[in-house]
Design a protein around this ligand. Structure first.
Ligand SMILES: [Zn+2]
Length: 132
Protein backbone atom coordinates (compact mmCIF):
# COMPACT_ATOMS: atom_id res chain seq x y z
CA UNK A 1 0.00 0.00 0.00
CA UNK A 2 1.45 3.31 -1.04
CA UNK A 3 1.79 6.05 1.50
CA UNK A 4 0.16 8.42 -0.99
CA UNK A 5 -3.07 6.44 -0.94
CA UNK A 6 -3.12 6.42 2.85
CA UNK A 7 -2.42 10.15 2.92
CA UNK A 8 -5.28 10.74 0.48
CA UNK A 9 -7.63 8.84 2.81
CA UNK A 10 -6.42 10.83 5.80
CA UNK A 11 -6.89 14.10 3.90
CA UNK A 12 -10.42 13.06 2.93
CA UNK A 13 -11.21 12.25 6.56
CA UNK A 14 -10.62 15.92 7.38
CA UNK A 15 -13.47 16.79 4.99
CA UNK A 16 -15.99 14.39 6.51
CA UNK A 17 -19.40 15.84 7.31
CA UNK A 18 -20.28 13.98 10.48
CA UNK A 19 -22.16 16.29 12.87
CA UNK A 20 -24.32 13.44 14.24
CA UNK A 21 -21.89 10.59 14.83
CA UNK A 22 -18.78 12.76 15.16
CA UNK A 23 -17.04 9.75 13.59
CA UNK A 24 -14.95 11.03 10.70
CA UNK A 25 -13.94 8.65 7.95
CA UNK A 26 -11.95 9.18 4.79
CA UNK A 27 -11.32 6.79 1.94
CA UNK A 28 -9.15 6.78 -1.17
CA UNK A 29 -9.99 4.38 -3.99
CA UNK A 30 -7.29 3.58 -6.54
CA UNK A 31 -8.32 2.59 -10.04
CA UNK A 32 -6.49 0.15 -12.31
CA UNK A 33 -4.78 3.09 -14.05
CA UNK A 34 -3.62 4.62 -10.76
CA UNK A 35 -6.19 7.39 -10.50
CA UNK A 36 -7.23 8.05 -6.90
CA UNK A 37 -10.73 9.07 -5.87
CA UNK A 38 -11.23 10.39 -2.34
CA UNK A 39 -14.38 9.93 -0.32
CA UNK A 40 -15.64 10.96 3.10
CA UNK A 41 -18.71 10.17 5.11
CA UNK A 42 -21.57 12.59 4.51
CA UNK A 43 -24.27 12.45 7.17
CA UNK A 44 -27.80 13.78 7.13
CA UNK A 45 -30.47 14.68 9.69
CA UNK A 46 -32.45 11.87 8.08
CA UNK A 47 -30.01 9.19 9.24
CA UNK A 48 -30.97 6.73 6.51
CA UNK A 49 -29.65 9.19 3.94
CA UNK A 50 -26.08 9.01 5.27
CA UNK A 51 -23.24 7.91 3.02
CA UNK A 52 -20.04 6.20 4.10
CA UNK A 53 -16.62 7.34 2.89
CA UNK A 54 -16.05 4.17 0.89
CA UNK A 55 -19.27 4.62 -1.05
CA UNK A 56 -18.73 8.29 -1.83
CA UNK A 57 -15.31 7.39 -3.24
CA UNK A 58 -16.79 4.55 -5.28
CA UNK A 59 -19.61 6.63 -6.69
CA UNK A 60 -17.21 9.45 -7.61
CA UNK A 61 -14.99 6.99 -9.48
CA UNK A 62 -17.88 5.42 -11.38
CA UNK A 63 -19.26 8.82 -12.35
CA UNK A 64 -15.81 9.65 -13.76
CA UNK A 65 -15.89 6.49 -15.89
CA UNK A 66 -13.89 4.02 -13.79
CA UNK A 67 -15.06 0.51 -12.93
CA UNK A 68 -11.82 -1.39 -12.21
CA UNK A 69 -10.14 -0.90 -8.87
CA UNK A 70 -6.96 -2.10 -7.19
CA UNK A 71 -7.08 -0.84 -3.63
CA UNK A 72 -8.95 1.29 -1.18
CA UNK A 73 -7.49 2.96 1.89
CA UNK A 74 -9.69 3.90 4.84
CA UNK A 75 -8.78 6.25 7.69
CA UNK A 76 -11.10 6.83 10.62
CA UNK A 77 -11.21 8.44 14.04
CA UNK A 78 -11.21 5.02 15.72
CA UNK A 79 -8.05 4.20 17.65
CA UNK A 80 -7.73 0.86 15.86
CA UNK A 81 -8.34 0.18 12.14
CA UNK A 82 -11.97 -0.48 11.26
CA UNK A 83 -13.36 -2.64 8.47
CA UNK A 84 -15.91 -1.31 5.97
CA UNK A 85 -19.57 -1.76 6.92
CA UNK A 86 -21.62 -4.47 5.25
CA UNK A 87 -23.30 -2.09 2.86
CA UNK A 88 -19.96 -0.76 1.60
CA UNK A 89 -18.59 -4.30 1.26
CA UNK A 90 -21.56 -5.17 -0.94
CA UNK A 91 -21.22 -2.08 -3.10
CA UNK A 92 -17.47 -2.57 -3.56
CA UNK A 93 -18.02 -6.25 -4.44
CA UNK A 94 -20.03 -5.19 -7.48
CA UNK A 95 -16.74 -4.22 -9.12
CA UNK A 96 -14.59 -7.14 -7.98
CA UNK A 97 -14.13 -9.15 -4.82
CA UNK A 98 -10.32 -9.18 -5.00
CA UNK A 99 -10.04 -5.52 -3.98
CA UNK A 100 -7.31 -4.86 -1.43
CA UNK A 101 -8.56 -2.91 1.60
CA UNK A 102 -6.20 -1.20 4.00
CA UNK A 103 -7.51 0.50 7.11
CA UNK A 104 -5.56 2.91 9.27
CA UNK A 105 -6.46 3.65 12.88
CA UNK A 106 -5.95 6.98 14.58
CA UNK A 107 -3.06 5.46 16.56
CA UNK A 108 -1.35 4.56 13.29
CA UNK A 109 -2.11 0.85 13.24
CA UNK A 110 -2.77 -0.66 9.84
CA UNK A 111 -4.67 -3.77 8.75
CA UNK A 112 -5.05 -5.13 5.22
CA UNK A 113 -7.74 -7.49 3.96
CA UNK A 114 -8.99 -8.69 0.62
CA UNK A 115 -12.65 -7.94 0.05
CA UNK A 116 -13.57 -11.59 -0.49
CA UNK A 117 -12.29 -12.34 3.01
CA UNK A 118 -14.57 -9.68 4.50
CA UNK A 119 -17.56 -10.62 2.36
CA UNK A 120 -17.45 -14.33 1.55
CA UNK A 121 -20.18 -15.64 -0.75
CA UNK A 122 -20.93 -12.11 -1.95
CA UNK A 123 -24.12 -11.62 -3.92
CA UNK A 124 -23.02 -10.54 -7.39
CA UNK A 125 -24.34 -10.28 -10.91
CA UNK A 126 -23.66 -13.98 -11.47
CA UNK A 127 -26.35 -14.74 -8.88
CA UNK A 128 -28.91 -13.01 -11.13
CA UNK A 129 -28.25 -15.24 -14.14
CA UNK A 130 -31.08 -17.58 -14.84
CA UNK A 131 -33.44 -15.61 -12.66
CA UNK A 132 -34.45 -13.05 -15.27
ZN1 LIG B 1 -20.06 1.77 4.92
Amino acid sequence: MSDALIQAAQAARARAYAPYSNFHVGAALETDDGTVFPGCNVENASYGACFCAERTALVSAVVAGHQRFRRIAIASDAAEPVAPCGLCRQMLAEFGTELEIVSIGARGGQVTWRLDALLPHAFTRKDLRGNA
